[in-house]
Design a protein around this ligand. Structure first.
Ligand code: GLN
Length: 446
């Protein structure tokens, strides 16, 4: 009731939720109370959560922030949603996002932009901006997000919360509407590393229904939180602290690093020599995969369908013209072009080769260090509208987050401090399946 009341009061201001699930949430909460009274509670019985509106929820609209899916009520739930249900959580509603998770500011949503609760003139980040704002404004104690190129970490940084993008394959993608299938990964967004660990315990694990889900044993992610940091080697990639990083943000990260050093960690200068390839490689690979994933929205099977089509071609073109927003169309055009005969070798194949080099940089770095640390973003949250007319300026916001997805690594953003009253995030990157190590560092730091 507390969170439902806050959503009713604050959602008109922040626009963090697309769909509020109040009646069903209160019924589920009452059932949780009964289970608790009987002493029959599961791990998270009665804990309310908000879910990014990209996770399919059976019987509850899943829009993906798009007109295309404005009327879509899924016939089944994502594995992540089912696992949370099994653990006893209550679904407060579905949070706003950039259309099909394409964006870095939440301004690409069909349902309008989300406002950053720290300063409503600024963006909350994206694409999981609704989840980040909902948690920051305490409209939900925690939320789910997805991260294809930074969409958990960047909004977490802009909204002063903690977000974890797990190793690719750690969390099932079944029922998570696909953007770029080789990069997408769901994860928790919460106030603390401990809350993220508790949520990851429920989310992580092999799913036989997702062929890219990793068949690697999970662990209790809360078990190692208190471990001292003595002897931990932290790598500082020089490419993350150079030109392009806002000076005050850099100082804030340096102060956070000193705290880690005080706790016993050693700081080591490292290099990720192919860093400059990450933005071009990502912005070929992600649109290429998106262009094929989004071909399913054709007006035939589900979602938006144009009025009285003349023939099949008219049905496809008008449905897609009406159903998709500008950024989604831009990605489909770029992706289709990059995959087309004659251009495939020059763009897509090249981008995959660059991806391999980026992956190699991390593998070399992790021979010397245990964790890599840097800023999550080049600066704090920017003003609403500041970059909407300049897609390239928007893409540059992702400069520190994209490589993690290209290499399939786990990454976290942790609040590092405030710059001119706005939160700044410190990014932690670990080797594959080292989520516990990241959570440990984040927890000791917080
Ligand atoms: N900003 C990046 C993009 O627009 C990443 C988005 C994401 O992680 N879903 O593609």
């Amino acid at each position: 009731r507390h969170f439902c009341a806050r959503i009713t009061e604050l959602n008109p201001v922040y626009n963090a939720f697309i769909t509020v699930n109040e009646a069903a949430a209160l019924t589920a909460a009452a059932a949780a109370d009964e289970r608790l009274a009987k002493g029959d509670a599961a791990a998270l019985t009665g804990i309310p959560l908000a879910h990014k509106d990209i996770f399919c929820t059976q019987g509850l609209r899943t829009s993906c922030g798009s007109k295309m899916l404005d009327n879509f009520v899924p016939p089944y739930s994502a594995t992540v949603i089912e696992r949370f249900q099994g653990a006893g959580t209550v679904n407060l509603g579905k949070t706003n996002l950039d259309e099909f998770a394409m964006g870095s500011s939440n301004e690409n949503s069909y349902y309008g932009p989300v406002k950053n609760p720290w300063d409503t003139k600024t963006v909350p980040g994206g694409s999981s901006g609704g989840s980040a704002a909902a948690v920051a404004a305490m409209m939900a104690p925690a939320a789910t997000g997805t991260d294809t190129g930074g969409s958990i970490r960047q909004p977490a940084a802009f909204c002063g919360i903690t977000g974890l993008k797990p190793t690719y394959g750690r969390v099932s993608r079944l029922g998570m509407v696909a953007y770029a299938s080789s990069l997408d990964q769901g994860g928790p967004m919460a106030h603390t590393a401990e809350d993220c660990a508790i949520l990851l315990n429920a989310m992580a694990g092999h799913d036989p229904l997702d062929s890219t889900s990793a068949n690697v044993a999970t662990e209790d992610y809360t078990a190692g939180l208190e471990k001292p940091l003595n002897g931990l080697r932290i790598g500082l990639p020089r490419q993350f602290f150079g030109d392009g990083l806002d000076a005050a943000t850099g100082e804030c990260i340096n102060a956070a690093l000193q705290e880690l050093e005080r706790q016993g960690a050693t700081l080591v200068d490292i290099t990720l020599p192919h860093s400059e390839l990450t933005i071009p490689a990502y912005y070929i690979i992600a649109p290429a995969e998106a262009s094929t994933n989004l071909s399913r929205f054709d007006g035939v099977r589900y979602g938006h369908r144009c009025e009285s089509p003349q023939d099949l071609h008219d049905l496809y073109t008008r449905t897609r013209e009406e159903g998709f927003g500008d950024e989604v169309k831009r990605r489909i055009l770029v992706g289709t072009y990059a995959l087309s005969a004659g251009y495939y070798d020059a763009y897509y194949k090249k981008a995959q080769q660059a991806r391999r080099l980026i992956h190699g940089d991390f593998m070399t770095a992790f021979e010397q260090v245990d964790v890599i640390v840097g800023p999550t973003t080049p600066g704090p949250a920017f003003a609403l509208g500041a970059k909407t007319d300049d897609p390239v300026a928007m893409y540059l916001e992702d400069v520190y987050t994209l490589a993690v997805n290209l290499a399939g690594l786990p990454g976290m953003s942790v609040p590092a401090g405030l710059v001119h009253g706005k939160p700044v995030g410190m990014q932690l990157i670990g080797p594959h399946f080292a989520e516990s190590r990241l959570l440990n560092v984040a927890h000791r730091f917080q």
